[in-house]
Design a protein. Structure first.
Length: 81
């Protein structure tokens, strides 16, 4: 009897689980605001196109001299004492 009840829950959770998780707030275990859209939705396709566009974009030039603090050793790290 108990096995039948537990088996029934798994088939329900497969279909209902993602929709319930989408409606929960992040503090209660739901998806964070910056989570990507679910696969198979139009939003997912747009998200993947944007990610591919960003991937093909050239990287900004690295200016190591302006961002690194000046130290006596030249390694860019402060000594730890």
């Amino acid at each position: 009897m108990l096995c039948n009840l537990l088996g029934g829950c798994s088939s329900i959770n497969e279909k209902v689980g993602p929709t319930i998780a989408d409606t929960l707030p992040a503090w209660a275990g739901g998806l964070p605001k910056d989570a990507p859209p679910r696969k198979g939705t139009p939003e997912y396709d747009a998200y993947m196109r944007e990610q591919e566009r960003k991937r093909l974009e050239p990287a900004p030039p690295a200016n190591a001299n302006a961002s690194a603090p000046a130290t006596s050793s030249g390694s860019g790290l402060e000594p730890v004492h």
